[in-house]
Write a new protein. Structure first.
Length: 283
């Protein structure tokens, strides 16, 4: 139990991480040892997610796409906890929340990751925020410069290279024309992954839903009733769940449960936040 206490304390202290900068409901689910799912409402939101188990290692990941012009991220965080009824059963959850009718700054990219190990126990979690425009003005300018460089080289190129250069210029011009005709999209992409060992995987699921946030303010002082306002919001959640495995049956029986961490590292673990992203909306 000493090892369990040490690992639990290390997990609670070390895996808190994150970053902050200035800067039609849909849903799907799946479960099993190697399954995935996705949904696309015809634009935004869109999501792909999956989980798998190989040997004694289980892993899962998700990717959520939103319209950066109409959606912003307030926070995203990983949490990990074991069942109070059976500490061999664990759940990892990534919770996300943001505002609708609110835009996010672009371009921007943020990454957070954290790994914890103790003996044969290993846990890893990561989060990524990528806000971008496609096709971007930078891509269009790069193609324009590339086309100009080819045209300039064509003026003095040997006859043997002219046919190939003309073909390259035509290809770049066609690509440029296609991108210039496309409607530019600003996308807020949130992705994450989680891995843990030694364990079996029992299932995973992804959910997205929209709702309303309530805001309380006290412009007339706290002795007077609050002023309540509301704003539309979005929520998403990715869950993975499984059961720790022991290296031997004798070890499992000694712990009093069918399957336990090896070596008993998670017995005292309580709910802990494994990652945190806090966002500031574009004004």
């Amino acid at each position: 139990m000493k090892i369990a206490s040490m690992f639990a304390m290390a997990l609670m202290v070390l895996i808190l991480g994150g970053f902050a900068t200035s800067a039609s409901a849909a849903g799907g689910g799946f479960g099993g040892q190697n399954l995935g799912g996705s949904f696309d409402s015809g634009g935004y939101p869109s999501c792909s997610s999956g989980s798998s188990s190989g040997g004694v290692t289980s892993s899962g990941s998700f990717c959520l796409g939103l319209n950066a012009n109409t959606s912003s991220l307030d926070y995203a965080n990983w949490s990990f906890y074991t069942s109070s009824q059976d500490t061999s059963r664990w759940t990892a959850s990534c919770n996300m929340h943001g505002q609708l009718n609110s835009s996010e700054e672009w371009p921007q990219n943020q990454n957070w990751s954290q790994s914890i190990s103790s003996g044969s126990m290993y846990t890893h979690a990561s989060l990524n925020l990528n806000c971008y425009e496609w096709p971007s003005q930078d891509i269009i300018i790069q193609l324009q410069v590339q086309c100009l460089q080819l045209q300039l080289y064509l003026l003095t190129a040997p006859e043997s290279q002219r046919a190939d250069l003309i073909a390259q210029i035509s290809a770049v011009q066609a690509q440029l024309a296609t991108l210039q005709q496309m409607d530019r999209k600003q996308t807020l992409m949130i992705s994450g992954d989680f891995g843990i060992s030694p364990t079996t995987l029992e299932g995973s699921n992804f959910q997205y839903w929209e709702g309303t946030d309530m805001h309380y303010s006290y412009p007339n002082g706290y002795d007077n009733p609050p002023v309540i306002t509301t704003s539309p919001s979005w929520n998403a959640k990715f869950d993975m769940y499984g059961q720790f495995t022991a290296s031997t049956l004798a070890e499992a029986q000694a712990m009093g449960v069918a399957f336990v961490p090896e070596p008993a590292t998670m017995a005292l673990l309580v709910s802990g936040v494994v990652g945190l992203v806090v966002r500031r909306r574009k004004h």
